[in-house]
Design a protein around this ligand. Structure first.
Ligand SMILES: [Fe+2]
Length: 467
């Protein structure tokens, strides 16, 4: 009995092992320096993390930024630049600048969100890999223990592919009496890249835990219709009697109706606060996301969990600049809907909350792109960072905002051609004629097919020129 007890690790220690292994790809004995940034709220979990980094012999620096000190930074003008953004104290900034692997476990306190934002933007400048988990808690660690990373990753990738590959989206939601509401918007195909939050963080990127979401930020002006939010709004879990119908016109939330007190409280607080700040974009459609984590079994009113629960989707209102788009707001509020039906182009990818994996796989394996006819004078622009080739698989790299993701798009078909194409044509423009000259006559058909595939995924842009 005793021996058994010694071998059983507590769930907190296990969860930190999972974060290091799955999210940062760190192995036991790794010599890559790790930086941990935390505050008072993390102290109750600190020893569990310490156990792992000592057992794994990881070179680690711990940066403790007490919440009182964060409050001092926020109240002291000398830490703000002309754009009202934070300049972190040099020792803290220096530690972030010199780190390639960061665990950011500061509290989720909204009063200090600018400090966390400053760390995120510093990370971007110095290309570190970072897990950003504001207000990480025992609950998050429990979910991590149960999260099937492989399955989540696979489904996130497939959903991101479907979001990227579609031109229009229609969401149907149902209220407690069975009335249906539809919300629709334009997706713009691969011109408008989707995002993946699968818990596996790529080089020079960052992500949240718990994982499990694919999302996008559609053309806001095209968002029209209604949606029944019957899951949660930030801070409040909704019962069926408290559901709310939202009306969107040209991407703005113009009306909401609900019998629920919580919803009234939520919206009156939000609008009052937005008025005080003079924030006109609080009601701007900002995101459409799909939750894909089956370890999250119930909604709790905390968007960090709720937006990732499998069987749900969410729309957000407020800011979309963190997704590389142009609407700035103080808010980004996720509003969660359960049992929705989602149609991308003519494919029902989610039916009453159930993923239709088969339909998406069928869609993905069908012929997706038209084979273009090229003229010698056509001008091709190449974006090499949008593609990678690993172990016989071609990936579309997602680069929008300061996040990074990848989606498999082709299995080995163009391996040799693609390598030669990339070797001779790194970045920028080339005439089709110049390119054609570098390939043998019998290769031209395959070259055209590959270029058509690249064009579909917007890895190249083709400007047709008849002359
Ligand atoms: Fe989201």
């Amino acid at each position: 009995m005793r021996l058994e007890k010694i071998n059983v690790k507590d769930f907190k220690t296990k969860a930190f092992e999972i974060i290091l292994k799955e999210s940062l790809s760190i192995q036991k004995g790794s010599d890559k320096p790790l930086t941990v940034i935390y505050d008072d709220d993390f102290l109750k979990l600190f020893n569990s993390l310490l156990n792992v980094v000592t057992e794994w012999n990881l070179p680690t620096i711990f940066i403790f930024i007490p919440k009182d000190y964060q409050a001092m930074i926020m109240s002291n003008k000398t830490f703000f630049d002309d754009n009202n953004e934070i300049n972190l104290p040099p020792q803290i900034a220096g530690a972030v600048e010199n780190s390639k692997l960061i665990l950011n476990f500061l509290s989720g306190d909204s009063r200090y969100s600018k400090i966390r934002g400053a760390i995120i933007s510093l990370r971007k400048q110095y290309d570190a890999k970072m897990v950003h988990s504001p207000g990480i808690s025992e609950e998050v660690l429990k979910i991590l223990n149960k999260s099937p990373f492989k399955k989540i990753h696979k489904e996130c990738e497939l959903l991101a592919w479907a979001l990227g590959n579609s031109n229009k989206c229609k969401i149907t939601s149902t209220d407690k009496s069975g009335n249906e509401y539809t919300l629709s918007f334009q997706m713009d195909g691969w011109e408008n890249e989707p995002f993946i939050s699968s818990g596996r963080i790529l080089e020079n990127s960052w992500g949240n835990v718990p994982p499990g979401e694919s999302f996008c930020c559609p053309d806001i002006n095209s968002v029209q219709g209604q949606i029944c939010i019957n899951g949660s709004v930030p801070g409040y879990l909704l019962t069926p009697n408290e559901e709310v119908i939202l009306d969107f016109k040209y991407g703005k939330l113009t009306q909401w109706s609900s019998k629920g007190e919580k919803v009234h409280k939520y919206f009156s607080q939000l609008t009052e606060d937005a008025n005080k700040r003079g924030d006109l974009n609080w009601n701007s459609f900002a995101e459409f996301g799909i939750g894909l984590n089956p370890a999250i079994k119930k909604l709790v009113g905390n968007p960090l969990f709720d937006e990732k629960m499998a069987g749900t989707i969410h729309v957000a209102i407020g800011d979309n600049t963190s997704f590389g788009h142009g609407v700035k707001s103080f808010y980004h509020d996720d509003l969660v809907c359960i049992k929705p039906t989602v149609e991308l182009d003519d494919h029902i990818v989610i039916k009453k909350g159930i993923l239709n994996i088969q339909e998406m796989n069928k869609w993905k394996s069908s012929t997706l792109y038209e084979i273009l006819k090229f003229n010698d004078n056509d001008l091709l622009t190449h974006y090499p960072k949008k593609m990678s080739f690993e172990e016989n698989m071609m990936f579309r790299i997602l680069l929008k905002g300061d996040r990074k993701g990848k989606v498999a798009i082709n299995r080995g078909e163009f391996k040799i051609l693609q390598t030669r194409f990339q070797e001779m044509f790194h970045e920028g423009n080339v005439r089709y004629l110049e390119l054609k000259k570098k390939f043998k006559k019998k290769e031209i058909n395959s070259l055209n097919k590959m270029l058509s595939l690249f064009n579909h995924y917007k890895i190249i842009n083709v400007k047709h020129n008849e002359k």
